[in-house]
Design a protein around this ligand. Structure first.
Ligand code: NZQ
Ligand code: ZN
Length: 391
């Protein structure tokens, strides 16, 4: 295991009706004027936005609102949010929604007190120094942004989808009521499942030895999702399963499962080009990319893949042919994702073979750098992974 520091300061406020306490928590974290930031309207239709506003008003907390965040959130609304916060002297940013609303809120929070273009943070040419506090009321377990130090934004000028990680982006609190996820369309539940599982795989596929404890944590998150996601597909208002899924999503990405080990993240960068080009859901893109990435990197560590197959997918270990066991595990993953309605190929996703060179080039490897660390990939490797997505 490698040395590490794990700083996860977020207060997670979990359970039924917790959104009614939003105002209390904003005050606890010294917010006096809040930007409520949300997406395309699901929180309006469900009545959640009204409950959050009531809770702020009950505590005498002032607020302004900015809705309209799209999945794969765009730079344009971030610029608008920054201007609004400056004009209104906002000192606290509250995202009500999923990863997109949260990531957009994080971008705004970094940009308000910064003199330059907020995109500098995503271009990695500047570090945030004075980020406004961010909090969340989560409505979809998926991106893990409610506990993560990351934000992913698409710059409309060039359609570049890029992430930024910084400790100041960890939310100060996240309200997590599993009941808020009852209204999720099945496809969004499935996309969230793929994203959460992918956050585990990015950590599980490592060359660091002696990480048995975090391996076991990873495996339990995967097993929980494999058990509980089909339950909510059949019964969307199953509180227990929704609750387990929601917490699993946070643990999948707040890095509790990733400390002390080298992580990969190549598949995420390979996916981001798909969602930038075709505007597909991040989880759908990952369901397409990850099995291909696994097949491509199988030989890097056959025993690790076989371990995953045995411990998570209950495959029988073939000691004479561990590669067979490893491949069985990948096949089970594809079957599982297909069974919950996810695409696992370019054809199903709507991606085109002729775009592969353009996407591989856009991943942006510089000066002979390679992508990921499990099996570092060059541009040709990245093209090969995309090609394996064609069935
Ligand atoms: O926009 P509204 O109307 O709210 O509808 C959303 C949206 O259409 C809908 N939805 C959310 N909660 C709902 C609901 N519909 C009904 N009932 C509810 N309770 O679901 C759709 C997807 O929402 P979105 O926020 O886009 O989903 P998700 O949480 O998957 O976020 C995806 C974004 O997060 C980024 C992805 O790249 C993508 O841009 N990621 C962020 C990460 C991070 N910050 O740490 C890590 C991830 O790897 C990921 O890259
Ligand atoms: Zn993800």
């Amino acid at each position: 295991m490698l040395n590490f520091e794990f700083w996860s300061p977020t207060s997670f406020v979990f359970g039924k009706d917790t959104e009614r306490e939003t105002g209390k928590y904003v005050k606890r974290f010294n917010g006096s004027k809040v930007l409520i930031h949300f997406g395309g309207g699901s929180v309006v239709r469900s009545g959640l936005l009204d409950r959050v506003k009531e809770s702020l008003a009950a505590e005498g907390v002032a607020y302004v609102e900015l809705g309209g965040v799209k999945p794969n959130p765009r730079s344009g609304l971030v610029y608008e949010g920054i201007e609004l916060c400056r004009r209104e002297n906002v000192d606290f940013v509250l995202a009500v929604g999923g990863g997109s609303a949260i990531d957009s809120a994080k971008a705004i929070a970094m940009g308000v007190k910064y003199d330059g273009d907020f995109w500098d943070f995503y271009a990695q040419t500047a570090d945030p120094e004075n980020t406004l506090p961010v909090a969340t009321v989560l409505t979809i377990p998926a991106a893990g942004s409610e506990g993560s130090e990351s934000s992913v934004i698409t710059q409309e000028d060039g359609m570049l989808k890029r992430g930024r990680s910084h400790q100041s982006l960890r939310p100060v609190f996240s309200i997590m009521n599993p009941e808020l996820t009852y209204t999720l369309p099945p496809f969004q539940t499935a996309c969230g499942c793929a994203d959460m599982m992918a956050h585990i795989f990015e950590r599980y596929l490592t060359n660091t030895p002696d990480v048995e404890f975090t391996d076991r944590l990873c495996e339990s998150v995967l097993q929980t999702l494999i058990r509980d996601v089909p339950i909510v597909m059949a019964d969307p208002e199953h509180y227990g399963a929704r609750a387990n899924i929601m917490w699993a999503g946070t643990i999948a990405h707040n890095n509790a499962c990733g400390v002390g080990r080298e992580q990969d993240w190549a598949s995420h960068d390979i996916e981001h080009e798909l969602s930038a080009l075709y505007d597909v859901a991040h989880g759908a893109g990952l369901a397409t990319v990850f099995p291909a990435f696994m097949k491509y990197t199988l030989k890097q560590d056959i025993m690790r893949y076989a371990q995953l197959a045995v411990r998570v997918w209950n495959c029988e270990m073939d000691y004479t042919n561990p590669e067979k066991t490893a491949r069985e595990g990948i096949a089970k993953l594809e079957q599982f994702w297909s069974s919950i309605g996810l695409p696992t190929s370019f054809q199903e996703l709507g991606a085109k073979e002729e775009d592969i060179p353009q996407m591989a080039a856009k991943v942006g490897l510089k000066d002979g750098n390679k992508l990921g660390s499990f099996q570092p990939l060059d541009t040709q490797d990245i093209e090969n992974v995309y090609k394996l997505c064609i069935k």
